[in-house]
Design a protein around this ligand. Structure first.
Ligand SMILES: *Cc1c(COP(=O)(O)O)cnc(C)c1O
Length: 374
């Protein structure tokens, strides 16, 4: 059996090589490299894809979150609620604008913010909540919106892992006041470098974000507000326009792989698989299983030539960089257990069914050894 890497982006790009090269050539010929027609066209196309009115292309996903917070006037003295189990970028967006991230524990099964714990974390300083659609599964947005509305909080979706995911009230990107997407190369819609976008149905918020990404200016040499420099590259926009029309088919391929994994691994005692019921709504940025024997299972899979990763082995509140927030071990028990037990299995559009079978057989093999800690 040949090696099964954790991720292989080549099958996503090889069939598009000619089109990607033409998009590059078109941009080179035009030689407009910042805020030109490709960015404008991509913004319209991505807004349509997300079924929202406005899209603002920015430099990356972290900046998308930051610029939304700035557009909403969140800053020093404010608190922003974030899930305790997520990429550190969710928390860093809050610290970057000078506000304080306030963690809330997750639901064990979905790995998303536990909406039942939300109101307990709200203080008079709370301005916003950032639910993350982790691993490609939409958070409990209806409940989160209800609590947020009652306390007049801004709801910002961190949709960096959820391009095209569905919730009970529609698609990721349209389920809060604004949403942040990342086009980091490994994301479901990945650029050939960094990229990000803000989407929203709020024209005023979109206008403020559009100014903030470009030095606070919408009219050359006129600066109505403070801003930064975080624009989606013209070249990345041109390349993303080639990839966006393939995203639906790629999501279907991810779902087929997730279904195959679940059908085979669901019954393995000691292993927690994602919900079968989530297959057709989630977009499977990652396929994450959970077991008390995580590190030993990962080592076994490596010995069988299978790459895995952990998303994420250290919860943000346990990172030295965020020690000043005053959290400790035990602050968020469900998130801490996830950090110790989750394992991401290989999944990408184009993974061979034989590779998926090899992964499943190797997982079954390890559990049959009976080495799972009690
Ligand atoms: C990737 C990611 C981000 C940040 O995106 P970048 O483009 O890498 O800055 C934010 N939140 C989550 C959940 C992510 O997975």
């Amino acid at each position: 059996m040949t090696r099964v890497p954790f991720l292989d982006l080549r099958p996503s790009h090889e069939p598009l090589r000619d089109e990607l090269e033409r998009a590059f050539a078109r941009t080179l010929t035009r030689s407009t490299f910042v805020l030109g027609p490709e960015v404008e066209a991509f913004e319209a196309e991505f807004a349509e894809y997300c079924n929202v009115r406005h899209c603002v292309g920015v430099g990356n996903g972290l900046d998308a979150l930051k610029i939304i917070l700035l557009s909403c006037g969140v800053g020093p003295g404010d608190e922003v609620i974030v899930p305790a189990h997520t990429a550190i970028a969710t928390w860093l967006a809050v610290t970057e604008v000078g506000a304080r991230p306030v963690g809330v524990d997750i639901e064990a099964r979905s790995y998303n913010l536990d909406s039942a714990l939300l109101s307990g974390a709200i203080t008079p300083r709370t301005r916003a909540v950032i639910p993350v659609h982790l691993y490609g599964r939409v958070a409990d947005m209806r409940a989160i919106r209800a609590v947020a509305q009652a306390h007049k909080l801004v709801v910002i979706e961190d949709a960096a892992q959820a391009h095209g995911a569905s919730g009970e009230d529609g698609m990721a990107g349209g389920l809060g006041d604004a949403a942040a997407f990342s086009f980091y190369p490994t994301k479901n819609l990945g650029a050939l470098g960094d990229g990000g976008a803000i989407v929203t149905n709020d024209a005023d918020l979109a206008g403020r974000a559009r100014a903030i990404r470009n030095y606070g200016s919408t009219r050359k040499n006129h600066h109505e507000r403070l801003g930064t420099n975080s624009r989606l590259d013209e070249l990345q926009a041109a390349l993303l326009r080639v990839k966006l029309p393939r995203l639906r088919a790629q999501t279907q391929a991810r779902r087929a792989t997730a279904r195959a994994y679940i059908e085979r691994l669901d019954q393995v005692p000691g292993l927690t698989c994602p919900d079968k019921g989530a297959v057709d709504d989630a977009v499977w940025h990652l396929f994450v299983v959970q077991t008390a024997g995580r590190d030993a299972l990962a080592a076994h899979l490596e010995s069988r030539g299978i790459g895995t990763l952990v998303h994420y082995p250290i919860a943000p509140h346990r990172q030295p960089a965020l020690a000043h927030l005053g959290y400790s071990e035990g602050s968020f028990p469900v998130a801490e257990r996830a950090a110790a037990e989750v394992l991401s299995l290989p999944l990408w559009p184009g993974i061979a069914p034989s590779s998926v079978s090899h992964v499943c057989a190797s997982v079954e093999e390890w559990f049959a050894l009976g080495k799972l800690p009690p």
